[in-house]
Every structure is written in structure tokens, then in C-alpha cells.
Design a binder for this molecule. Structure first.
Ligand SMILES: C[S@@+](CC[C@H](N)C(=O)[O-])C[C@H]1O[C@@H](n2cnc3c(N)ncnc32)[C@H](O)[C@@H]1O
Ligand SMILES: [Zn+2]
Length: 500
């Protein structure tokens, strides 16, 4: 990365601006031609249906704009390809509109989502199994010693929602009393003590991750990923996980979906909210980074699990939303089945996907340089998911990304491979649409280099305002924090109107 920066030097910023200018100037249409254009101008991002809120993933795109792009550029039964599928938006919007999705991602979360939403669950059974697990947990000495307290208002026993912890010492606790209903934060001076359930726990060396610093490892107390959780939270998580894993009914997948929701919310990476916000029961994993916090909120995994089942974005609501939003679908992980199923999902490196289907549209949100380390951050979930089933094997080394182990020249050559593959796969008059967003000139230059090397041509652009403000690290001088660029590319070997 250093070399690249030195090579490009001071000209870099100027060059990136030339590319961005070119994008900005690409095809400005009259009102009339806009209606027929590849991209939906003047469209606002709509509120996401619940099914898209179930799992955390960074950079989720507006579903309604995605759907409009699919509808404009394909006919029913056409194939839509997404080589960087993430939270599987392209898959679901294609299913919704009667198109055939083929999506790929090296992150098993994509496959997990498509798989879970393809299944029919008895929701009463999901609720009952969750209650059974939580009751059993709450009956254990570990839970009673660590997550029960006496309400300071009504003197009755109730669940602790969270502890505030400084270093390794809890100094306060909060709860919403199950008897008097009041929310209280009390000082805490007790000791932590419990016996282990002796169940499986993740064991993964975080030192292999480029985004982990020695000071992070020191702050969390060791290089094993298990240290992302406090020892007692890890015990409870291992208990819930084991209970789910031992089930042999289809509903276990719905419970695993809820378990995935609580993993990041129960780590030491959840910051204390200031007293001013007056939300003592709430926190989150605030930024897409491994956060080594001196003080943090240790959330009760049992309460989080109940929320992940019954809450507003919980599994039951997600599945009900799935039922109304999507038709039933079948899928396969083998391209040979493409004519027999409604969609294909590949847990595969898209650099290696070169044949087996012919998309009319490629619609994708590629990785933007080094902004979000998708693979590394997803280890929080994937170390558990891999253990849950062999079909979710994770391999980070094929990820297209810029970090300490992978420089820009690697990124350019990787992105060139994927773009070239897409060009090869696409119908001659097919379109490729990708979104891009970065405040780093290097990222824009790398994208431009990959587009040029793959010999694709820019046809149209859309500068889309969106509602998201959470990706605070993507805001800057170009106003990119609240906007995404949508670029449409065509095959260079096909004559096109309006190409620049
Ligand atoms: C910007 S994210 C996509 C986010 C997506 N828009 C969403 O809504 O979730 C890019 C994705 O590319 C995936 N990816 C990176 N390298 C890949 C590769 N070689 N093959 C397939 N997928 C890859 C990452 O795992 C990540 O999910
Ligand atoms: Zn009370």
C-alpha cells in the first residue's frame, strides 16, 4: 500500500477527482429519457422491511432502489448475478420480482440467510423452544449468581440487563424490574464467580487478522477470539449454542438466526452510552472495527436472546415479514441445478466464477478498498457458524480487500478478474451496475484501473442520496457520507449509445 501511495504521489488526488468528475458528468438526461434509463433517478430510499433487519451487515443497500434496477433492466425469469452478495439483497429482490438470482460471497452469512429464509418453520415451536432454553439457563446457578438482583425500589428479585464494566471490574448494573416495571441503575461492588458449563467455545487466533493491534489484544485480555466476550457471557453463549446445536428439528435454524443476532451485542465492544442519553438498557457495536474499550457494557445474553426471538427485529417478526414479502423459493449451491431451482447461492470466490449461467444483469456492491474489513469483522459470527455446520466453512484468504496483508495492486488485479468474469458471463447487451462510495482517492483510482483493465465502459451514473448515517467513516468533502454512486457499465465489445 505504501509503495502505491508513493508511486502515485501528489497527482493522486487530482486524478481521482478527474474520474469522479467524469462519473458526475456521465449522461445527464432530459426528464423524458430518464424514465427509460437504466438507473432510477429521483427515487428515495424506503424503510427496510423487517426481514432485512435480522442480521447485522455493513453497507446494506436500499431494497426499493435495488428492486427498481432489477425491474428496469431485466424481464421475468431473467438471471441476475451478484458476485459480492453480502446480506443477499440481490437474491431476495430477484426472487420477489420473479427473476432468477445467482449470488456469490466468500462470507457464509450470505448462504446462511438464503438458507434460513428458504425454510418453513412452525413459529409457535420456535417460541416454545426459545422459552425452554432460556428457562433452563435461568435455572442454572451461574445465571442466578450473576444475572439476578434485588430491585432497589420494590425489593423483589429480577433479571439484570447489563453491567457497566471498567477493565475487568463491573461497577454498576441496570435492570427493568419484572415486578414494578421501573428501570434502575445501581452501583455494584460484588465479585464475579461461577462454575464453567464445560461446553465448546470458539478458539481462533485473532493475531492472523490485519485489523487487530497488539494493544487491542492486551485490552481484551488475549489473542483468542473468545476474549471478545467476558468469561461469564461466553459461558452463557456456549450454553445457548449447545442447546440449539443439540436440537434435531428444522426450527433449530431459526434459533441459530437469533443466536447470530446476539453475538456482537454481548461482546466487550459495546460502548457505554453517556448518562445524558438516558438509555441505560441499550448499546451496540458502534463502529465497523475491532474496538478495544477500557469501559464497556456487558449485556445479559439471555435477555438479548429473548429480544432476538420476540423483539421488533427478532426472528419471529423477520420470518413473518419474509412470509409476506417473499414468495416461497427453492435454492441450490450448485450451478448445475440452475434450471431446477428458483435461485443459486455460491459460497465461493467470485474471481473463480467464469461459467455455468448467463445473466442479463449484474448488480453488485463491491468492497471499497479498505473501508470495511467484512471478512475479519465477520469472524465474530463465523467462528460459531462454522461450528454449527460444515457447510459454513469460512476462508478469508480469497477476500478482495485492502489491508495490511493485501495492497492496492492486488485489489486492482482481483477486481479486474471479477469484472472480466462478469463481462464474459453477461449477455452481449447485458448491463452491469455497481455501487461505490469512498472518501479515499486510492479507492476510486483502483476502481477506475479495474474498470479500464477489464475493458468495460461507463454508461450511466446515479448519485443517490440515502438515509444511512451510521457509516460515519465514509463522510467527507464530496458529501459521500449520505450518498452512493451507482455506475452502470457495459461490455466494451458491444456498441452502445451514450457510452463515454
Ligand atoms: C460491500 S460488501 C456487500 C454488502 C452488501 N451490499 C450488503 O447489502 O450486504 C462486499 C462483499 O464482498 C464480499 N467479497 C469480498 N471478496 C470476495 C470474493 N473474492 N468473492 C466473493 N465475495 C467477496 C465480502 O464478503 C462482502 O460481503
Ligand atoms: Zn421493582
Amino acid at each position: 500500500m505504501k509503495k502505491f501511495t508513493q508511486r502515485v504521489g501528489a497527482e493522486m488526488s487530482q486524478k481521482a477527482n478527474v474520474f469522479i468528475d467524469k462519473i458526475k458528468k456521465t449522461k445527464t438526461e432530459s426528464r423524458l429519457t430518464r424514465i427509460n434509463s437504466i438507473l432510477p433517478h429521483d427515487m428515495e430510499e424506503a424503510t427496510r422491511p423487517t426481514l432485512y433487519r435480522g442480521l447485522k451487515y455493513w453497507g446494506k443497500k436500499p431494497h426499493n432502489i435495488w428492486r427498481e434496477i432489477i425491474v428496469r433492466n431485466t424481464n421475468i425469469n431473467d438471471t441476475v448475478y451478484d458476485p459480492f452478495a453480502g446480506s443477499a439483497l440481490t437474491f431476495f429482490e430477484s426472487i420477489k420480482t420473479g427473476r432468477k438470482p445467482v449470488v456469490a460471497d466468500i462470507n457464509p452469512i450470505t448462504l446462511f440467510l438464503v438458507d434460513t429464509y428458504s425454510k418453513q418453520f412452525n413459529l409457535n415451536k420456535v417460541a416454545n423452544l426459545a422459552k425452554y432454553i432460556v428457562d433452563k439457563l435461568k435455572d442454572s446457578p451461574l445465571y442466578k449468581q450473576n444475572f439476578r438482583t434485588v430491585c432497589s425500589r420494590c425489593a423483589k428479585e429480577t433479571d439484570i440487563y447489563n453491567y457497566r464494566v471498567e477493565g475487568t471490574t463491573p461497577f454498576a448494573l441496570s435492570y427493568k424490574c419484572e415486578h414494578c416495571g421501573r428501570t434502575t441503575t445501581d452501583k455494584y461492588e460484588g465479585n464475579i464467580s461461577f462454575e464453567s458449563f464445560n461446553l465448546w467455545k470458539p478458539n481462533y487466533d485473532m493475531k492472523v487478522l490485519s485489523s487487530i493491534s497488539p494493544s487491542f489484544i492486551k485490552t481484551v485480555g488475549g489473542k483468542n477470539i473468545a476474549n471478545l466476550w467476558t468469561a461469564r457471557n461466553l459461558e452463557i453463549l456456549s450454553f445457548i449454542f449447545d442447546e440449539i446445536n443439540n436440537l434435531n428439528v428444522v426450527e433449530k435454524d431459526a434459533l441459530m438466526f437469533a443466536f447470530m443476532q446476539i453475538l456482537h451485542l454481548t461482546t466487550k465492544m459495546c460502548a457505554l452510552r453517556s448518562e445524558k442519553t438516558n438509555r441505560p438498557l441499550s448499546t451496540s457495536w458502534g463502529r465497523p472495527a475491532y474496538l478495544g474499550l477500557k469501559s464497556f457494557m456487558e449485556q445479559n445474553p439471555a435477555i438479548q436472546f429473548e429480544r432476538a426471538i420476540f423483539g421488533n427485529s427478532g426472528v419471529i417478526k423477520c420470518l413473518k415479514s419474509r412470509n409476506t414479502y417473499l414468495p416461497k423459493y427453492t435454492y441450490s449451491t450448485d450451478l448445475k441445478d440452475i434450471d431446477k431451482v428458483d435461485g443459486i447461492v455460491l459460497l465461493q470466490d467470485s474471481k473463480e466464477i467464469t461459467s455455468g449461467f448467463k445473466p442479463q444483469l449484474v448488480l453488485t456492491d463491491p468492497p471499497y478498498g479498505s473501508i470495511i474489513q467484512y471478512g475479519e469483522l465477520s469472524q465474530v459470527w463465523n467462528v460459531w457458524l462454522e461450528r454449527y455446520s460444515d457447510k459454513y466453512k469460512t476462508s478469508l484468504n480469497k477476500e478482495i480487500i485492502v489491508n495490511k496483508n493485501k495492497d492496492y495492486s492486488q485489489y486492482i488485479s482481483d477486481m479486474t478478474s471479477v469484472l472480466s468474469n462478469c463481462q464474459l458471463l453477461l449477455y452481449p447487451d447485458g448491463t452491469m451496475i455497481l455501487t461505490f462510495n469512498s472518501n479515499d482517492d486510492n479507492d476510486w483510482l483502483a476502481l477506475e484501473a479495474a474498470i479500464n483493465k477489464s475493458k468495460m465502459v461507463l454508461k450511466e451514473k446515479l448519485h443517490q442520496k440515502n438515509k444511512r448515517s451510521s457509516e460515519a467513516n465514509i463522510c467527507d468533502k464530496l458529501g459521500l457520507g449520505i450518498t452512493d454512486f451507482y455506475l452502470s457499465l457495459g461490455r466494451s465489445d458491444v456498441q452502445m449509445e451514450g457510452a463515454v
